[in-house]
Design a protein around this ligand. Structure first.
Ligand SMILES: [Zn+2]
Length: 331
């Protein structure tokens, strides 16, 4: 975790580092358990601060435009609003090893890149502007993979996780700014409202969504027997197909491709398995900067891209696109 967001209270930080160092087991507590704790702590820590994500109309925000910036765990005390001296923690920490891929959480432009690019933050950081006064910040990076002023797509690899700056170990410090660069919101809640599970998990894609993940769903549905045009628009024809698929599986037929629907949609694939589902895989690999042909042929190139993705996300690099790899790619 880190001291992000404001002047550092040296004494408090030292005490915190000691506490964490002495309790390594706490680092691997499940993210969801920590999330529950984080929510409770937040109300206390920043109860008087007005900058919060609205929970309203969550379904309409699950439009496929946002995605998980990095795979990892939530370290103890790394939640939004955690006490950091006289300032609450401005982001959510996601722990993994140095070199783990960091992706753009949404399409945007790189508006800051360097060291200490925001007041009080340390180490290498990036700021993306997403328009409409929305920004995301990625801190403690080890490697930049995009240039300043570059336009990026959602899911594009923008950097590698690291431990630069004032940290106790490698992690991504992830912030969401709303209403301009400065006022932050809880990044976990911000992404959850948009169908994204920060740190890893199946996304939720609602009717009306668009983008690469929708294209992947359309390819997967085609493989399941309902030929869909892979136009990346989750319109009525695609939604009806998904609803029928959900009914056939005994699921709630709401047309939302979420954590209960995804596992039934994705097959386990490896080299030598051609088909439309491979196009789905290739589409999601490309969303994450693979740059391969979407040809439905799982050959050496797709195998290599799958392994590279797995390595970059700290998965078993066996070239087998199974549920864990699909979940990471879809998220
Ligand atoms: Zn942090």
């Amino acid at each position: 975790m880190c001291e992000q967001c404001g002047p550092v209270d040296g004494a408090a930080d030292a005490a915190e580092e000691e506490a964490i160092g002495g309790e390594p087991g706490r680092r691997v507590t499940s993210r969801r358990r920590l999330l529950l704790g984080a929510g409770a702590g937040l109300a206390v820590a920043v109860g008087g601060v007005p900058a919060f994500t609205r929970a309203a109309s969550a379904a309409t925000l699950k439009d496929g435009r946002w995605c998980n910036p990095a795979r990892g765990r939530f370290p103890s005390g790394g939640h939004y609003g955690a006490p950091r001296g006289s300032y609450p923690h401005a982001g959510q920490d996601v722990s993994n090893s140095t070199g783990t891929a960091v992706y753009a959480a949404a399409a945007g432009t790189v508006v800051r890149r360097g060291t200490a690019v925001l007041s009080g933050r340390t180490g290498y950081g990036l700021v993306l502007s997403h328009g409409g006064g929305l920004y995301t910040y990625y801190g403690h990076l080890s490697v930049f993979r995009v240039a300043l002023n570059a336009a990026v797509t959602a899911g594009q690899r923008i950097a590698d996780m690291g431990a630069t700056g004032n940290v106790t170990g490698p992690h991504l410090h992830f912030e969401v700014h709303s209403g301009g660069l400065g006022p932050t919101v809880d990044p976990v809640a911000h992404l959850a409202a948009r169908g994204v599970d920060l740190g890893g998990g199946w996304p939720a894609i609602a009717p009306g969504a668009s983008g690469a993940t929708v294209r992947a769903v359309q390819h997967l549905m085609t493989q399941r027997g309902t030929a869909l045009v892979a136009d990346g628009v989750y319109g009525p024809v695609s939604v009806d197909a998904v609803k029928r698929f959900q009914s056939s599986r005994g699921l709630v037929a709401d047309g939302v491709v979420g954590p209960k629907t995804w596992p039934g949609l994705v097959p386990s694939l490896r080299e030598g398995h051609p088909g439309s589902h491979v196009r789905g895989l290739q589409t999601l690999l490309n969303k994450h900067s693979a740059g391969i042909a979407v040809d439905g042929s799982f050959g050496a190139v797709t195998d290599s891209a799958t392994r590279a993705y797995q390595r970059a996300n700290r998965l078993v690099a066996d070239g087998l696109a199974g549920p864990v790899t699909w979940e990471a790619l879809a998220g």
